[in-house]
Design a protein around this ligand. Structure first.
Ligand code: AGP
Length: 609
């Protein structure tokens, strides 16, 4: 949600910042901008739209400089316009890029207007630029001015600041929004995400809440907000540049769908023995801790929330542990009751989702005796806030997910939750069977991917549709919800999911020949019930598209198109049946010509509440 990149180097940093923005574009793509310090002058260029629009402007009018900050925006305060695009400046002297929300910006703005500052945007960020500039007058030190300014800010921020008076120094700080420092040779960088800086360095310092860093080409120094020095380790990133590129695929989303067999294998490797699921793989004390668990609360947003809903079926049916699943944005506002020995589990691809992080912090701050046994993060981003603040961590190991629509992060979350279910199951024999099932996941998902062509043809039938219904039962109900979310998100088609048995309680009224109804029907205990529910749709002239086990006894006929799925074990079905729904959403979006990887109004990492 907004991407920041900044650099101080001995060479022109314009192309480095531009490439950084391209790699951060998944975080927001309403507008982009860059400010460079060159010969005592602050040059700013901004453009509405994608980073390419900024690149075109810079190509027409290059602005070289050895110090600069750049930003790609997902609008919060103020509409999408060049005036609201970052960087924001004050007195042509200070330039600021910001990720987050300054909650008290209105009172600060009033004070700054009274002090004579003229505002040109509707953003919350512009107050930060003027505030820093106001403190620069009392202090020659940019870092000190930033420290004094942020002491007055309420809300969440990652900030990067440059001043034309200080042609080598960039100051950056974070509180509530992610920021990394990139360590080069004769150059240093900051960014919202390591992916932005992979072309220039592999060495990173992950800044913590309240850290402030001052970089020059040759040095970096981290302090707290009072100026006390802080030591943080420099870590080498294992990410390769190719992992963040399309690699011959037309879209990141398609690449990420196809990466799932391998990603899922990476997820379970090292976590299974020949006939068991190894709790020790998530921490040396994990086995002892998990043996005390008597209840589970899962908290997440969006697609990650859907993974939690599937896990509830597994945890209750297999491990017999009561489980409650909740949207993170709701959880901390309703004063939840925490049962005894309850494990608090967060699910997040990014590990930076503001609602999920806030829920984790709320859970950790509950008074002693009313709180949780421990916290566990199931996350895809190493070194993210969520992983650093949780007691236990289970990495999904999906690799970088760039497409805004989550795909491989979801299926690997599901697999982590299946592993967790196994770890909590007291029955050794059942654990052994589950371990054997999990080893088949690569083959199962690879076979499903072979349906890609058939699904592409099917997608053509959706191009002129306005609405769609998704149906499933049991653990396949949240999979139907995920299918509907994928279709909405990237094809802008209105889609809703229902537990198939719920149809007759209202939504059946929507069914006619113009309403495609998509159902997932693996061969499981619910199959016969699902078939009856499909009959209810057929009887009303509805057009059914069913992804069904080849042995389910469902065949293509008038009003019903059946796509035969390979037979998969019950436990793996939610993972396997997600894949055709991802492909369907993808192909409908391609056929409609929408922006698959960067759908309108959305951003990948939602770091604001
Ligand atoms: C999924 O396709 C979404 N783009 C979105 O719902 C996402 O899952 C949600 O914002 C949560 O993100 P997280 O997993 O990074 O916390």
């Amino acid at each position: 949600m907004c991407g920041i990149v900044g650099a101080s180097a001995q060479r022109n940093v314009e192309p480095i910042l531009l490439e950084g923005l391209r790699r951060l574009e998944y975080r927001g793509y309403d507008s982009a901008g860059m400010a460079l310090v060159n010969g005592g002058v602050l040059d700013r260029t901004r453009a509405v739209g994608k980073v390419q629009a900024l690149a075109d402007k810079l190509e027409a009018e290059p602005r070289p400089g050895t110090l600069g900050v750049a930003h790609t925006r997902w609008a919060t305060h103020g509409g999408v316009s060049e005036i609201n695009a970052h960087p924001h400046t004050s007195a042509d002297r200070v330039a600021v890029v910001h990720n987050g929300i300054i909650e008290n910006f209105e009172s600060l703005k009033q004070r700054l207007i009274e002090a004579g500052y003229a505002f040109t945007s509707q953003t919350d960020t512009e107050v930060v630029a003027h505030l820093i500039e106001s403190y620069l007058d009392d202090s020659a030190d940019l870092a000190e001015a930033v420290r004094r300014a942020v002491a007055e800010l309420h809300g969440a921020y990652a900030l990067a600041v440059v001043s034309r008076d200080d042609p080598q120094t960039l100051v950056a700080t974070r509180s509530g929004s992610p920021l990394v420092l990139g360590v080069g040779i004769g150059e240093h960088f900051v960014a919202s995400d390591v992916a932005a800086l992979l072309p220039v360095t592999r060495n990173f310092v992950y800044l913590e809440e309240g850290d402030l860093v001052v970089i020059t080409p040759d040095t970096f120094a981290i302090t707290d907000l009072h100026g006390a020095p802080i030591e943080r380790p420099v870590k080498e990133s294992g990410l390769s540049i190719s992992a963040t590129e399309k690699g011959g695929y037309r879209h990141f989303m398609l690449k990420e769908i196809y990466e799932q067999p391998q990603a899922l294998t990476d997820t379970w490797q090292g976590r299974l023995s020949v006939d068991d699921i190894l709790a020790s793989s998530i921490g040396t004390d994990a086995e002892a801790l998990l043996s005390q668990v008597e209840a589970i609360h899962i908290v997440a947003c969006g697609t990650s929330y859907h993974a939690g809903l599937v896990a509830r079926y597994w945890l209750e049916a297999m491990a017999r542990i009561p489980c409650n699943v909740e949207l993170a944005s709701e959880y901390r506002y309703r004063n939840p009751v925490v049962p005894k020995n309850c494990l608090f589990v967060t699910l997040s691809q990014s590990g930076e989702t503001a609602d999920t992080l806030a829920a984790l912090r709320y859970a950790k701050d509950l008074p002693q005796g009313q709180g949780y046994l421990a916290t566990l993060a199931v996350c895809n981003k190493p070194e993210s806030s969520l992983t650093r603040e949780s007691d236990l961590v289970m990495m999904t190991r999906a690799g970088p997910e760039i497409g805004v629509a989550s795909t491989k992060a979801f299926t690997t979350q599901l697999l982590c939750l299946l592993l967790l279910t196994g770890m909590l199951d007291r029955d050794a024999q059942k654990r052994g069977h589950l371990a054997a099932d999990i080893r088949k996941i690569h083959t199962a998902v690879s076979q499903v991917l072979e349906l890609d062509d058939a699904i592409r043809h099917l997608a053509e039938e959706f191009v002129d549709k306005q609405h769609a219904l998704f149906l499933g039962r049991g653990p396949m109900y949240p999979i139907a919800m995920e299918g509907a979310l994928k279709l909405k998100e990237i094809s802008y088609l209105h889609a809703e999911a229902y537990a198939a048995g719920e149809l007759k309680h209202g939504p059946l009224a929507l069914v006619d020949e113009n309403m495609p109804v998509i159902a997932v029907a693996p061969k499981n205990d619910w199959l016969e019930k699902v078939k009856s529910n499909l009959q209810e749709v057929s009887a009303r002239g509805g057009k059914l598209y069913v992804f069904a086990d080849a042995d389910a006894g469902l065949n293509t006929g008038p009003g019903m198109t059946v796509l035969d799925m390979p037979h998969v074990d019950d436990t793996l079905a939610p993972i396997a049946y997600t894949v055709p729904l991802q492909l369907l959403a993808y192909h409908v979006a391609v056929a409609k010509g929408t922006d698959v990887d960067q759908p309108r109004n959305l951003a990948k990492s939602v770091t604001v509440e």
